[in-house]
Design a protein. Sequence first.
Length: 416
Amino acid sequence: MLDMACRCCGGRNVELVIDLTDQPHCNRLVRVDLPAKTEPHYPLRVGFCRDCTMVQIDHTIPKESMFSDYPYVSGTTKTLPAHFAATSRRIADAYGLGPDDLVVDIGSNDGTWLKQYAPFGCQVLGVEAAGNVAKLAQDAGIRTWSRFFNEDCAKDVIAQFGHAKVVTAAGVFFHLEELHSVVRGIEQLLTPDGVFVVQAIYLGGMVENTAFDQVYHEHLCYYTLRSLSALLERHGMEVFDAHLEPIHGGSIEAHVARKGSRLVQPSIAAMRADEVTKGFGEIATYQQLARNVLALQQKLVALLQDYAARGKTVWAYGAPAKGATLLNSFGIGPALVQQAVERNPMKVGLAIPGCRIPIALEQDGVSPDAYLVLAWNFIDEFLKNPANIAFMAGGGEFIVPVPKVLVVGAGGARQV
Ligand SMILES: [Zn+2]
């Protein structure tokens, strides 16, 4: 057992299933000249609660140290704004959003999602803890508070703007250290018929894709419909509709209301049954995931060693947070992957912590023999990029590490 109380139910039956060893905070990029191993390392261990089935990590890095200055900006890929545009239209249509309604987005990042509500004329408010990212949203004209969302914040929003018809949270709901205060705040903030729409990486997708690289210190909990429902029910709310979205390699979108206020849709029983069939509430499923991660490591490291032995250069294509987990868990450093290239200027000139792979600016016409695609969830977008098509036509290859190790070139994809 891990020495912790379950983040959801408070029980002390959280059993270790995957130990990814001590790692630095994945988004705390470091200066290239920082002496080796001097950045703080913390345990990165995944546990399964035998009482409520919540899968979670045990070590919490204080949120102020992780989120006050944040290098991830939603707007830097094309996939995310399109995804948010489609989602906001669905929400606006389903709940009849109009000029009198308030939408609050928790962890609103650079305002990418809230911008999409402009056609519906509703009031919007973003709550974003990272001051540097909140400023990007403010500069773009999206009203944004730079603070952590919790019960106190909800009270302040109500005092200033009234209650919210819709509260959204995308890609942040697993970050939340003050989980119960956040859920209480959402419950209070909603109008009587209000709806909370949460998108989070789906644990079921992580299991099926061996997407262990979604495990990092910012992600405290990993949800199934069952475990998410258990958390919300503790605060008088229930999931009344849910479906899976392909974003981030598989996410769950859950629509939540006060218990009994909305008709529970057939999607709930269907997804719950599917989770039972697939064993997502069983510890054995996560013990198998740990074995699958080990097998992935052996294949990927052997492949990279083969490239190195043949004198081929390999660069990381992008330096996302999940990339740090993959590289540090697998012990991959500059000997196998010489550098990472990025479009995000906030990352260029720094190094990925732990493995210390330096991050350079992505430049047209300058490429290695192969790219390791750390942001494998965006591979379809990358492969449509004309520059990447030209790269492959010239003999270049993409190495995709997850869900299976693939080498993609002009001749197609080859599984390793
Ligand atoms: Zn529990």
